[in-house]
Ligand binder design. Structure first.
Ligand SMILES: Cc1cc2nc3c(=O)[nH]c(=O)nc-3n(C[C@H](O)[C@H](O)[C@H](O)COP(=O)(O)OP(=O)(O)OC[C@H]3O[C@@H](n4cnc5c(N)ncnc54)[C@H](O)[C@@H]3O)c2cc1C
Length: 269
């Protein structure tokens, strides 16, 4: 079976050896319209080489087929010439070592359709939105915020982004700038290994859960969010998601589904 690669890498930005932003364009077809927060599938053939820092592969992959995984789109839905993805290396993984080996001009596979319900269309206009992420879980929020910034921001937002080290906060400068020029966007980065920082970290220390429980968000907003005024989005590490659902549940927030509308929206990686 011939493997058809249908997209080209136009930019590879290395944040750390284990974190990259990949910008990709379709080859010979148009990107479909998408809603910020949705995801695409990326793929590489089993025959593609792994990056040097990856673990050796334990299992042989079929060289004739494509290894595919889901990735949230980080670019604005207004930037319809390319898609940006924010990707963490899983050294033992099947696909990410192959994605990390990609260079400018290389070919890859991109799904022609995008999916997902983790979008702001679930949030009524008068509600605030708190967007909580660990690691690469910030990707869908970048698409939401970049698109809102272009269209006119409709909600009051807070982005709470947790990582181990400050260098892992891959959108720190962009989000700082956006929050500096906006009076409706609060950006609250938090790191869990401040003791390792080469330059003392002056920001929040701990886990994203602490930003909710210790009053840092209330200070930034001047109010404590309630289910009557706020929807909360959770994306990334499954432990963080479980913890936050418990914390929010004690305050009356309920998980959203199409049958039972609530205020908590979840995307688990
Ligand atoms: C809707 C959705 C959106 C996603 N968006 C993104 C995104 O924007 N950026 C991104 O980097 N990833 C994202 N992911 C995760 C992605 O789909 C892959 O699971 C991940 O990149 C690992 O792929 P892999 O083939 O290298 O590892 P695999 O071969 O699939 O996994 C190898 C092992 O690593 C574990 N593993 C998987 N992910 C991680 C991780 N992040 N850290 C540590 N261990 C892990 C697996 O449980 C497994 O045991 C998303 C997942 C979903 C479901």
């Amino acid at each position: 079976m011939e493997i058809k690669l249908n997209a080209t890498v136009i930019q590879r930005i290395e944040i750390t050896p284990d974190l990259i932003k990949l910008r990709v364009i379709p080859r010979g077809w148009d990107l479909p319209v998408f809603t910020p927060g949705q995801w695409a599938m990326l793929g590489m053939p089993g025959s593609a080489a792994r990056c040097a820092s990856a673990d050796p592969e334990m299992k042989d992959h079929d060289t004739e087929s494509i290894i595919r995984r889901a990735y949230s789109i980080a670019s604005s839905s207004k930037a319809n010439e390319y898609l940006e993805f924010y990707i963490g290396l899983v050294r033992s993984g099947a696909l990410t070592p192959r994605l990390f080996n990609l260079r400018l001009g290389d070919e890859m596979w991109l799904s022609p359709k995008f999916s997902g319900m983790f979008t702001l269309s679930q949030v009524p206009n008068k509600f605030n939105a708190v967007l909580i992420a660990t690691g690469t879980g910030v990707s869908p929020y970048m698409s939401m915020i970049r698109t809102e910034a272009a269209e006119g921001i409709r909600h009051r937002f807070a982005i709470i982004h947790g990582a181990r080290h400050s260098c892992d906060l891959g959108y720190h400068s962009e989000l700082t700038t956006l929050s500096d020029v906006s009076n409706v966007l609060a950006y609250l980065p938090i790191i869990s290994r401040a003791e390792d920082e080469p330059v003392p970290w002056k920001g929040l220390e701990g886990f994203v859960q602490n930003v909710w429980t210790n009053g840092a968000l209330d200070k930034a907003w001047g109010i404590h969010p309630t289910p009557e005024d706020t929807h909360v989005f959770l994306c990334g590490n499954p432990h963080m998601v479980d913890d936050m659902i418990e914390i929010l549940g004690r305050e009356g927030f309920r998980r959203h589904s199409s049958k039972n509308p609530g205020q908590i929206h979840v995307e688990q990686y």
